[in-house]
Design a protein around this ligand. Structure first.
Ligand code: E4P
Length: 236
């Protein structure tokens, strides 16, 4: 199972990369806007900086929604770096564009997927990744996790090579359940990945180990001191 971080924030990407568990990054136009990255040149430069920070898989989303526009933009994005995965929305022209890119060896991530039918279309077009948005489905009282399970089951049954990239992850349980349901990749905000580290028993256990170690060291030191005092007394 792979871990991607869902952010365009360089500090978060660096910190997650330093943890040693990161397999990639997903961004979207909202996340880029949050970092105040504006204009085509700044956007391209920001993607390049992200690519230089991580080992593989940087999803960069096209803004165009027509076929020709997506081809032009996606081709330019793919030229930035081999790590770029062109993120294309789940619309008719998007599926055509995914077919175009996949036939040319350009990796794609079909985004804004909310149904199993959409995921089948993405796989048929040859998408490298399909991104079902779990949190946004849960927000409207639909079963996000059920969608992951169904897509994973169908892809396995028909041996589709498209990987299930669970997106719109809100909390650590989402991430763990996605793993259980067979998602190949989970992309999550930094706080969710970081949250996996936490367990009060780990903290309590570590504090106790260190304090027992400290006590043992003090005991050894006390024994040494007593021995020195004895040797001095014996010499007198
Ligand atoms: C995925 O690639 C998207 O960037 C992301 O997961 C959307 O998440 P949100 O619903 O929290 O905006």
């Amino acid at each position: 199972m792979q871990f991607f971080i869902d952010t365009a924030n360089l500090d978060e990407i660096k910190e997650a990369q330093d943890m040693g568990v990161l397999d990639g990054v997903t961004t979207n136009p909202s996340l880029m806007a949050k970092e105040h990255i504006q204009g085509p040149e700044a956007i391209m430069a920001h993607y390049k900086t992200i690519c230089d920070l991580v080992n593989q898989n940087v999803s960069a989303e096209v803004i165009a929604t027509d076929y020709e526009g997506m081809i032009k933009e996606g081709t330019a994005l793919a030229r930035i770096d081999d790590k770029i995965v062109v993120k294309v929305p789940m619309i008719k022209d998007g599926i055509r564009a995914i077919k175009y890119f996949s036939s040319r060896g350009i990796r794609t991530n079909c985004t804004l997927v909310f149904s199993t039918g959409q995921a089948i279309l993405a796989a048929k077009a040859g998408a490298s990744y399909v991104s079902p948005f779990i949190g946004r489905l849960d927000d409207i009282a639909h079963d996000g996790m059920g969608l992951i399970a169904q897509i994973a089951h169908i892809y396995k049954t028909f041996d589709f090579s498209t990987q299930v990239l669970a997106a719109s992850i809100r909390h650590t349980m989402h991430l763990i359940q996605c793993a259980e349901e067979g998602a190949d990749v989970v992309t999550a905000p930094f706080k969710v990945i970081d949250g996996l580290f936490n367990h009060p028993l780990t903290d309590i256990g570590l504090t106790r180990f260190l304090s027992d170690f400290q006590k043992a060291q003090e005991g050894v030191q006390e024994e040494k001191n007593n021995q020195t005092i004895k040797e001095v007394a014996d010499a007198e």
